[in-house]
Design a protein around this ligand. Sequence first.
Ligand SMILES: C[S@@+](CC[C@H](N)C(=O)[O-])C[C@H]1O[C@@H](n2cnc3c(N)ncnc32)[C@H](O)[C@@H]1O
Length: 174
Amino acid sequence: MYKLINKLLDKSNIKQVLELASGYSSRGLIYSQKGYNYIELDLEKVVKTKKEILNGIESDIPKSLNIISGNALRKDDFKKLKSYLKPKEEIAVINEGLLRYLTFDEKKMVAQNIYNLLSKYGGIWITCDVNPKKFIDSQDKALPKFNNSLSLITSRNNLNDRFEDINHNKKLFW
Ligand SMILES: C[S@@+](CC[C@H](N)C(=O)[O-])C[C@H]1O[C@@H](n2cnc3c(N)ncnc32)[C@H](O)[C@@H]1O
């Protein structure tokens, strides 16, 4: 999925990225070094740790990489991004591994925030977070106990929060 998202991003030719729930992904570091204006948004603790890690391995975090703490569900946290965005440039919004852990009401809040941003700047949304319920079956075969442990640790990853199928995806996002 990581490589597929990179491929779609490259193909889009958009050079300004907002990656939500970026975690410890290296994409922001790699693309900001290629000259992209790259903004990452994640929860405070993760952002703090990521900056510590990057400061430990890189002499300088590239100026065009901004790692911001915030909640993808909150409108006000999206407003904070304005000062990091180039106003006349389209944005590619990316998220990988966020929506599957959210309830449908929460998924809608994230989608609405992205919609508002893209309505203003233009651009695209690239996400792989649309796995249907049946994906769990194949994941359980490949990684036995993974989903169970994840649900126990996080109190998330609930089967009821999964999409039924592609039509269910379309109903929420279209
Ligand atoms: C499964 S990890 C995926 C990280 C990264 N995208 C990757 O593929 O390696 C989920 C990430 O979502 C972040 N996260 C969870 N809820 C969030 C929220 N409401 N707003 C922003 N980030 C959130 C977590 O802190 C974590 O870094």
